[in-house]
Write a protein of this length. Structure first.
Length: 371
């Protein structure tokens, strides 16, 4: 050891540094598996070819599936209504029968305001109208009698004019009383805010005890929803009003079919996109403001597929058993997305197989253990 230490002492520092660096590099290559035997891609190595025997086989084959381009959009209400107080004077809220998100029917009571003021005014107006009508009726009888007497020369012109004036005045008073009653009835009706249509409550903006002013919004509603999508101009020739089209709701994990109700005939000069509006029944969980995608059809395309039962997961590798030369050959494949076509399940093959090659299905657990 003393001799080795003396040798290190006399070695130039540069040589020592290089030697240590080389030792570190060799150690890293060893840990990385550089000196181990590699497994070539393609058919699995090291296995004895297995006879086909009675293995169930299917062909890797092309199918024609529709392809789409996704256009982003937002769910918006088709009709949105803000219900406000129409009562001519400030009134207190005495009842609120809705919450946000609640479905309501046309005519349902949503909010009720204090109606005592207008109930009193209605009673007073009814009494005043009754009195005014009685006075008018008496004035009309007097006018008719004097008019008949004047025709016989038994009444003067002044008497006739006076009777006519009183009749017209009492008639005007009766009309004013009727207007006061109509106003009281109308405002009394306005104290009950009802749903004007079958709808869903977006938000209620008042609570019991609040004082609301004329014109103040109490509840907002929407009836139906639509998707408003931005579609690039190159796709517009594929769309038309009245066309059925797919809608994708990724956050809900759902899709549905709607109908194009409108195509705005003017492009956005910045994005070069057109607004396309789609309506129709959809997922019950859809809410205004949600993100969705319009599926613009591009036509069919050919996709190479195999059944999911043909696929094996061997460690980190995705493999299939392929018939080759009278035996089974295990092969690495790269797969794409699952496909539901014609009521059957497939998986897309991106590489590793050619159309017409036969793969096994079933019994994958036994095969994956090397038997």
């Amino acid at each position: 050891m003393k001799l080795f230490a003396n040798m290190l002492k006399w070695l130039p520092k540069t040589v020592l540094v290089l030697a240590l660096a080389a030792l570190v590099v060799v150690l890293m290559l060893y840990l990385d598996g550089f000196f181990n035997r590699k497994v070539a891609p393609g058919p699995s190595a090291g296995g004895i070819p297995r006879p086909i025997a009675s293995a169930q086989m299917v062909d890797a084959d092309f199918i024609d599936i529709p392809s789409f381009e996704q256009a982003p959009g937002t769910i918006r209400p088709l009709h949105e209504t803000a219900l406000s107080s129409k009562v001519r004077e400030p009134e207190k809220v005495v009842e609120v029968d809705v919450v946000a998100g609640q479905a309501v029917r046309k005519g349902d009571l949503l909010v009720k305001l204090d109606s005592s003021t207008w109930e009193n005014r209605k009673e007073m107006a009814e009494a005043k109208l009754k009195s005014a009508q009685a006075t008018r009726d008496d004035a009309q009888k007097t006018y008719d009698r004097i008019k008949e007497a004047a025709g016989k020369g038994a009444a003067t012109a002044d008497e006739l004019d006076g009777a006519k004036y009183r009749f017209e005045a009492t008639g005007a008073e009766a009309m004013a009383a009727q207007r006061a009653l109509d106003e009281a009835v109308m405002n009394l009706d306005y104290t009950q805010i009802r749903a004007p249509m079958n709808a869903v409550v977006i938000d209620k903006r008042v609570d019991v005890g609040d004082t609301v002013s004329p014109g103040q919004v109490l509840v907002s509603l929407y009836d139906k929803m639509q998707l408003i999508a931005n579609v690039r101009e190159g796709l517009m020739k594929r769309l038309k009003a009245g066309q059925d089209i797919g809608v994708l709701l990724e956050d809900l994990g759902a899709s549905c079919t709607g109908t194009i109700s409108e195509i705005v005939p003017q492009a956005d000069p910045v994005t070069r996109t057109f607004l396309v509006k789609v309506v129709g029944p959809c997922h019950s969980g859809v809410r205004p403001g949600m993100y969705a995608k319009l599926l613009v059809p591009l036509g069919d395309r050919k996709v190479l597929v195999i059944p999911p039962a043909a696929v094996m997961q061997v460690g980190q590798l995705t493999m299939v058993d392929v018939a080759a030369g009278g035996h089974l050959e295990r092969r690495n494949v790269q797969l794409g997305r699952p496909i539901d076509f014609g009521g059957k399940q497939y998986v897309q093959v991106l590489s590793g197989l050619r159309a017409g090659e036969k793969v096994t299905v079933g019994g994958q657990e036994e095969l994956s253990n090397g038997r």
